[in-house]
Design a protein around this ligand. Structure first.
Ligand code: 5GP
Ligand code: ZN
Length: 131
């Protein structure tokens, strides 16, 4: 059983930000910034490619609501929403979840960099995608 399923079953303790019959939100154990929260369905689904559209819709709407509440209560000035899919993208828990990462300062502990590659061809990339 995966670690989030164990948390759902209360086999592992967690700090619960929100819970209903189908979804759970908990404080991330790392707290990249204060209020860093993970939102996920209770039912085990591996990632965004496998989740059904109805559950995903509810999950993202819940993520928005929780984001608004966390930002207000924590006096955050910004927000990063993050979903990782597969190891190459940094997914370490293979039970779909969104990270809510409140931001307070652009020079805080979080680094998300979109570094510009030196060599690429936009047209050939587009051709591949639209082939
Ligand atoms: P991923 O890397 O899969 O996108 O994110 C997994 C997240 O789960 C990580 O940020 C990690 O800190 C968090 N995490 C892993 N194990 C636990 C745990 O037992 N409890 C809580 N609250 N968070 C966890
Ligand atoms: Zn699971």
């Amino acid at each position: 059983m995966c670690i989030f399923c164990k948390i759902v079953n209360n086999e592992i303790p967690s700090y619960k930000v929100y819970e209903d019959d189908d979804f759970l939100a908990i404080l991330d154990i790392t707290q990249t910034t204060d209020g860093h929260t993970l939102v996920f369905p209770k039912k085990h689904v591996k990632d965004i490619l496998e989740i059904d559209d109805e559950t995903l819709s509810k999950l993202i709407i819940l993520t928005k609501k929780l984001s608004e509440n966390i930002m207000t209560k924590m006096n955050a000035t910004g927000l990063n929403l993050l979903n990782n899919t597969n190891e190459s993208a940094g997914q370490s828990v293979h039970h779909i979840h969104f990270h809510i990462i409140p931001r307070y300062d652009e020079n805080d502990e979080v680094t998300i960099a979109f570094n510009r590659k030196s060599d690429f061809n936009l047209q050939s990339i587009l051709n591949k995608i639209n082939d």
